[in-house]
Design a binder for this molecule. Structure first.
Ligand SMILES: [Zn+2]
Length: 827
């Protein structure tokens, strides 16, 4: 008995009968010196590596290997009514006597070429003969078409095996292989070489448990038509209307391709419509050899229609949005689609109702087949649902429930984003490493490292796709050429062995769903740790945080400016006891450190912006790798806080982690290198020293003195004194949300007023009271008119109300929320 791969053979319900029949004949008649590989799939993405222009779907039915006789590929064609005429072979269908053209010659040639080239790139040269097997018909005594025989040698030989050879198949195989050994001048192979070849073609975990072999193995095992899918193709071919619904990876596109091919072989013309352009390109390649199939994405179809009715004005935005569909309608009315016998629509859920009306009109008496995944609809798309399609096509949708294409781990994860209302079965084994959800401090750094790792693992670049939502762009410099970068929307319906999703916190669950389901071997998701910590990414983020909160917290802190500064040790010298201002010996710059009392810090920053001061770096608790520079320019109270932005990076010149200007990217971007000579400013520090004394020992100053101080310093003094009475976090959040400098001042006085008023047991206040009282506390505020100050106080009330810290109670009165003022709210 021959050694068969796989050893379980094709199942009987895998129509047609030819392959199971040939499988058993080869197995029984050939000895154990023959190795037979069945259904070598050219669905595999590795074929696309070097065969980009042709269809990736197809297979070599049988590949026979023998030490002495070499290698023979066999294309099997079943059917009892195969004929040949000047146009090639064709089937007669038993059911309706319709004709289906086949081209076994072409299919096999391409497969043989592909595998020879693939092996050659791995350093192995093999020569493969080709034969055609029609086990149910007799070709004897009939003249053979060109390409199925060879007369160039002394003994002419036909490449066809037919029903007459079934009983002595061994002799016929040896005859053909012997011919090719001489004809191709093929070398003998050792037993070891044969096993090596088989291991390369059919890699297993034991042979090479690396990702490359796993990907190839996944392609071999999971990207073939299942019996369920084959039945579906048969049913569609005999139905006038068909709606196919299914989970990602259940084979809808595969089925669409098979149906389109079969219809073309019958001699019928089919219009194949998809929503997105990449998908149309993929289908076009797969149907390239089927002249009856015409693939268009919906916009290209509209453009064709415009051409048909001779409208040349198709480049405006208005045309793209509405005119396109009007032209499609006009074109259809004038017979633009009359030449087609069938309509096949992939991604039917995202074709809008308006277009469905036109399609149903145009194909009223013809076949309409729709592939549909109700889950893969992005927010901005004008979609239809399954029940709409069922109703307009008067047919019940058939749902595919086997999802084979994705790893099981990925398939299971999809339920988090969208739970199907039918059972989805994925027969693959659970492999934990097929889904990696990585929480990282910096997604771009993580992406670079990840790609380096994959490349050093010998994964071909063409196996990898980086996916992001459209509103997040990835610098193409980060990604080596050969790795594709696509938006999730555009990549819908397509697939890659390894999919890397660089997630954005704005991503919807549908986008995660569409992205995850594109991976056939491994899905890697890069999530920003800080965003996960702050509750982004919906249920996914919550799930990950719950599972590993300590890790998320740790990764999140790595990107914080405060954390980086701490690690970099910039040699800070504290200058005052009440103000968080430091001198950095290593940067030669003043820094306003985060940490400590954040309300004081925010108000002091506003004070510095409105007074003459040297350059000072500042950042907040939530700044990530960035800091800003308070410049020497003096701002007015009415101005916005507006600093120059810097980024923390390593500098090659001075060798430290330093602020780099985000405006300049040349060698003047390192602050330290450009301002090495900056020294401490004595008069500035002396002025602040006085303020520090005031804040430290306010009671050694008279009330009249305190009344005269800068209003920011007054507010700081007051708020420091009552810091246990209000919610620091909520107040600093409100201060940060107000960009106008005077707006911050007004918020500070309003808070101060609330605190003092609550001490007196009064919880409801009026805008005008606060305005008046604040002007009485601090005489500098009297530089402003009452009305303009009252306007700012009113704005402050609105900000606090927006943050739900106070409530409007009627006639200009506000009461505070317990989250703002509380005896215990010191957080
Ligand atoms: Zn430098």
């Amino acid at each position: 008995m021959a050694i068969m791969y796989p050893d379980f053979g094709p199942k009987d319900n895998d129509s047609p009968v030819a392959e199971p029949l040939i499988y058993s004949l080869l197995k029984e008649q050939l000895g154990d010196d023959f190795h037979v590989i069945h259904s070598l799939p050219w669905l595999s993405s590795f074929v696309m590596d070097f065969h980009e222009s042709s269809s990736p779907i197809g297979e070599i039915d049988f590949l026979i290997l023998h030490e002495e006789l070499g290698i023979l590929a066999i294309e099997a064609k079943g059917g009892k009514r195969i004929r040949h005429d000047k146009n090639g072979f064709y089937y007669l269908r038993n059911s309706d006597d319709s004709v289906a053209r086949i081209n076994p010659l072409h299919q096999l040639r391409r497969g043989v070429f592909a595998i020879q080239k693939w092996l050659k790139e791995k350093g192995i040269t093999v020569k493969i003969g080709a034969a055609y097997y029609f086990p149910e018909i007799s070709t004897e005594s009939k003249s053979l078409p060109f390409g199925y025989f060879n007369t160039s040698t002394s003994k002419p030989i036909s490449y066809i095996i037919d029903i007459n050879h079934n009983s002595n198949l061994r002799d016929r195989i040896i005859e053909i292989m012997t011919f090719f050994r001489g004809y191709l001048n093929a070398n003998k192979m050792s037993h070891g070489q044969i096993l090596q070849l088989i291991n390369m073609i059919l890699p297993t975990e034991d042979y090479a448990p690396c990702w490359l072999s796993r990907i190839n193995n996944d392609n071999y095992l999971w990207l073939r038509l299942t019996p369920e899918q084959k039945n579906c193709v048969e049913e569609i071919l005999v139905s006038q209307r068909y709606v196919l619904n299914g989970w990602p990876g259940s084979g809808k596109t595969l089925i669409a391709v098979q149906v389109a091919r079969a219809l073309s072989e019958r001699g019928e013309k089919s219009l194949v419509v998809t929503f997105n352009r990449l998908m149309a390109e993929k289908l076009e390649k797969e149907l390239a050899e089927h002249p009856g199939c015409h693939v268009r994405n919906i916009h290209a179809l509209c453009r064709d229609a415009a051409g048909f009715i001779k409208n040349e004005n198709t480049f405006s935005r208005e045309w793209m949005e509405e005119g396109a569909f009007e032209d499609l309608k006009l074109g259809i009315d004038e017979g633009f689609l009359d030449g087609y016998d069938n309509l096949i629509v992939d991604e039917g859920q995202v074709i809008r109702e308006q277009v469905w009306d036109m399609f149903i009109g145009a194909f009223n008496t013809k076949k309409i087949v729709v592939m549909c995944d109700a889950f893969q609809v992005l927010e901005y798309e004008k979609s239809v649902d399954i029940s709409y399609l069922e109703s307009v096509l008067s047919v019940s949708a058939f749902t595919l429930t086997n999802s084979l294409r994705m790893p099981k781990q990925v398939c299971d994860r999809l339920r988090l984003f969208n739970k199907p209302n039918y059972a989805v079965h994925n027969p693959r084994a659970v492999e934990q490493d097929t889904l990696l959800e990585r929480v990282v401090p910096n997604q771009q750094d993580a992406l670079i490292r990840l790609l380096d790792q994959l490349i050093s693992d010998n994964i071909p670049l063409s196996y990898i796709t980086v996916l992001t939502p459209t509103y997040m762009s990835i610098s193409t410099e980060l990604v080596p050429q050969g790795v594709s970068v696509e938006s999730i929307g555009r990549f819908r319906g397509l697939e890659k062995p390894i999919v890397i999703i660089v997630a954005d916190k704005r991503m919807s669950e549908v986008e995660f769903f569409c992205g995850y389901s594109r991976a056939t071997s491994k899905c890697i998701v890069l999530l920003d740790a800080f965003d996960v910590k702050n509750g982004a990414y919906g249920r996914l983020g919550a799930d990950i945080y719950q599972a590993s909160s300590a890790h998320v917290e740790q990764e999140a802190s790595k990107s914080l400016t405060s954390q980086i500064v701490k690690t970099a040790d910039i040699q800070t010298v504290p200058l005052f006891s009440t103000l968080p201002l430091y001198w950095s010996e290593s940067w030669h710059a003043y820094v306003l450190m985060s940490g400590g009392h954040s309300v004081t810090r925010a108000l002091f920053e506003a004070y510095l912006a409105t007074h003459s001061s040297p350059k000072i770096f500042t950042w907040s608790e939530v700044s990530r790798k960035t800091l800003s520079l308070i410049s020497e320019e003096v701002r007015e109270l009415d101005d916005n806080m507006n600093h120059e932005n810097y980024e923390l990076k390593g500098c090659l010149t001075c060798g430290g982690v330093t602020p780099h200007s985000m405006i300049y990217s040349d060698d003047t971007s390192c602050y330290k290198c450009c301002h090495y000579s900056q020294v401490r400013d004595e008069s500035f520090e002396a002025a602040l020293h006085d303020i520090d004394m005031l804040l430290k020992t306010p009671h050694s100053y008279t009330p009249a003195d305190r009344k005269q101080v800068d209003p920011f310093i007054y507010a700081i003094g007051g708020l420091v004194r009552f810091s246990k009475k209000y919610n620091t976090k909520a107040v600093s959040f409100s201060l940060a949300s107000q960009s106008k400098i005077i707006g911050k001042l007004a918020i500070a006085f309003v808070i101060l007023y609330f605190v003092i008023s609550s001490n007196r047991g009064k919880y409801t206040v009026k805008v005008s009271e606060v305005t008046k009282e604040a002007m009485a506390w601090n005489s500098v505020l009297n530089d402003l008119t009452f009305n303009s100050w009252q306007g700012h106080v009113n704005d402050a009330f609105n900000v606090l109300q927006r943050h739900q810290l106070i409530t409007f109670v009627g006639s200009g009165m506000r009461s505070f929320d317990s989250r703002l003022i509380s005896e215990q709210s010191n957080t």
